[in-house]
Design a protein around this ligand. Structure first.
Ligand code: ADP
Ligand code: MG
Length: 638
């Protein structure tokens, strides 16, 4: 008997759960489901984002519905349209084996008449945003006088958004003897007030610490001058070639502006904010879920509750006004047991906000320097080398090989390798060789190692199931060193970096280079990025990136790699996924098919479209002259 059966769920649900691939209930599910199934009770459940709250209320409410009764029996209120659609979708999946059970989403920005009609057809479950729900009640379009359950999902957020009045008014339209199930990540006073005024002796479920952040999220901040914020954002993206991220800005305007700049600079980015139409937002979310967008720039409101798995990074382009909001932001990553990283880009004056957040999330931030241009070049180069190594080949290429060998056959191995990686590397180098160091001003901080630290490259990474915490543990154990002797562990897909003090270098090189992991020999090298610091220092050693580029020369074309990389495959084995490549392949006929996103969002529309179809926007718009992560299909989607 699996764990879900033990919770008392019926056959149709168990079948749907098995289709979803859920094997064991999460903590909040384990606590809430039996309670809600057995008793007709009110509950207040506090659990962080990503802990599976939707199923915690979704499963029991479905089991409690009478599918033969066509009246509305359950009302779920949620703060945003996105979340509303997401919950609706989940409920539909959970109830797919139950004939006659219908769920309708009710939210602003879509036809109220269509929604009313769908409800009239006999929807037992309505998932609604408070504003639209109130509107429907006022117009007599919906009857919630006989519901038996009302779920308030993300109650803290609904109240944050000023829905208190709508919620209380809606609740007053529901029967007294219904049950109210309140789910929330945090428990601010307003939530307590709702619980007190509108609920009858609710049972309380708490998972983890109240208001605390998920343990598998690491928090890092980067100190920059205000004017370098955007450049810092790009560097963070470039230093994480497989990034799949949500970037938070404070206002709609900033959100739009940052997204536009990123698109202009060639990143697969899009904006998500309240000024977009529903269709535009749906389009953005679809592309994001499909990983055609790797950098989703969003306002807090628009991104609330977005449940997209495998988000690798949350980037706080600006800190939120209310520091409590930080928990919500960082909760977009590290979901469903995965690890994730939350970056905060701050100026000096904001440091005290970091400390305030640390107290709320009960977790320390790590201060890190913005990677230097040369560090990024190194990361990208190693990433590329790993990608080439892992590249699967297709027999289709065999026909062309004789001609290729005619051209390249005379090159010796070393020369060939240099040339192959230089095709892309030169573009990074060209962009970054003159770049300034954004990290210098943070050098006053104690978090940066003093001279005498060594940075290492190691050929194991996320692909070997390490995250920075587990790799740090592994290194400490293997090296038999103390708690703080290994630091600045940066895990990339196929490799990682870490630092130790110089005294340990000999030991590190000796011990680790004789270890095997998963049958593979570990390879550790001293990285050119001493201490994970700026390129300036490196130059003193005469080991700057320029010297290592293998003399293959600069291509002199900013878009140099484009045509060469046109055949870069993606996970479907197609030619998608490469924007420029697609461009050259001339597939632009698809572009016009996507609904225009209108207004100032035309460019994002383009990008979204091109992402989906795998063709690029015109490369001329780009200014950085290369792309890194953004056009590289992510391994995790393979
Ligand atoms: P929350 O509402 O608490 O933020 P969600 O309900 O959106 O969290 O769930 C987060 C993610 O975890 C979703 O992708 C969901 O499908 C997944 N999930 C939920 N429960 C389980 C489970 N028992 N096993 C595996 N994945 C789960
Ligand atoms: Mg949720």
């Amino acid at each position: 008997m699996n764990k879900f059966e033990q919770l008392g769920l019926n056959e149709s649900l168990l079948k749907a759960i098995s289709d979803l691939g859920f094997e064991t209930p999460s903590e909040v599910q384990e606590k809430a489901i039996p309670l809600l199934l057995e008793d007709d009770t009110d509950i207040v459940a506090l659990a962080q984002t990503g802990t599976g709250k939707t199923a915690a209320f979704g499963f029991p409410l479905i089991q409690k519905i009478d599918p033969f009764n066509k009246q509305t029996q359950v009302l779920i209120l949620s703060p945003t349209r996105e979340l509303c659609l997401q919950i609706t979708n989940e409920i539909k999946l959970y109830s797919k084996y139950i004939d006659g059970l219908y769920t309708v989403a009710v939210y602003g920005g879509a036809s109220i008449h269509d929604q009313a009609r769908d409800i009239k057809r006999g929807a037992q479950v309505i998932v609604a945003t408070p504003g639209r729900m109130q509107d429907m009640i006022n117009r007599g379009m919906v009857n919630i006088k006989n519901i038996s359950i009302c779920v308030l999902d993300e109650a803290d957020e609904m109240l944050n958004m000023g829905f208190y009045e709508d919620i209380t008014s809606i609740l007053s339209d529901t029967p007294k003897d219904k049950n109210t199930w309140l789910f929330s990540a945090t428990m601010p006073q307003e939530v307590a007030r709702i619980a007190k005024e509108f609920m009858r002796s609710p049972q309380e479920i708490t998972v983890g610490h109240k208001n605390s952040s998920s343990v598998n999220i690491s928090h890092e901040y980067y100190l920059v001058n205000a004017r370098d914020r955007y450049e810092a954002l790009k560097r963070l993206a470039d230093a994480n070639p497989d990034i799949f991220s949500v970037i938070f800005c404070r206002t709609k305007r900033d959100t739009q502006a940052v997204a536009e700049k990123l698109i202009e600079d060639g990143y697969n980015a899009a904006a998500l904010h309240g000024d977009l139409s529903q269709a535009q937002r749906d389009g953005v979310m679809k592309s994001f879920r499909g990983r055609q967008i790797q950098m989703l720039v969003a306002t807090d409101v628009a991104a609330r509750g977005i449940d997209v798995d495998n988000v690798t990074h949350v980037i706080n382009y600006q800190l939120p006004d209310e520091i409590e909001t930080y928990t919500h932001r960082s909760g977009r990553t590290g979901r469903a047991g995965k690890s994730g990283t939350s970056f905060v880009i701050i100026t000096k004056s904001e440091i005290r906000k970091i400390h305030a957040i640390e107290r709320i999330i009960k977790t320390k931030f790590e201060e890190k320097p913005i990677p230097s241009g040369m560090e990024i070049c190194e990361i990208q180069l190693l990433h590329l080398a790993n990608k080439i190594k892992d590249q699967e080949t297709d027999h289709a290429i065999d026909n062309y090989l004789p001609a290729i060998f005619d051209i390249l056959g005379d090159l010796d191995k070393e020369e060939l390798i240099k040339k192959v990686v230089s095709v892309e590397f030169n573009r990074f180098l060209n962009y970054y060789k003159k770049s300034k160091d954004l990290a210098t001003q943070s050098s006053s901080s104690a978090a940066i190692p003093s001279d005498g630290t060594v940075r290492y490259f190691i050929n194991i990474g996320a692909r070997d199931d390490y995250d920075w915490m587990s790799l740090k543990d592994y290194l400490r154990d293997t090296l038999e060193v103390g708690q703080d002797d290994v630091f600045k562990v940066d895990v990339k897909e196929g490799f990682s970096f870490f630092n130790t003090n110089a005294e340990l270098a000999e030991k590190v090189m000796g011990v680790l280079n004789s270890v095997h992991i998963n049958g593979r020999k570990i390879n550790v090298e001293i990285s050119k990025n001493e201490g994970g610091r700026s390129s300036g220092r490196r130059d003193h050693n005469g080991r700057s990136g320029g010297g290592r580029s293998g003399g293959s020369g600069f291509s002199g074309r900013r878009e140099g790699g484009n045509s060469a990389s046109g055949y870069r495959g993606n996970r479907d084995g197609g030619f998608r996924g490469n924007r420029e490549g697609g461009n050259r392949e001339g597939g632009s006929g698809f572009r016009s098919r996507t609904a225009s996103t209108g207004g100032s969002d035309r460019r994002s529309s383009d990008s979204r479209d091109s992402g989906r179809r795998g063709e690029g926007r015109s490369t001329e718009r780009r200014s950085s002259g290369f792309e890194s992560a953004r056009r590289t299909p992510r391994r995790s989607n393979d």
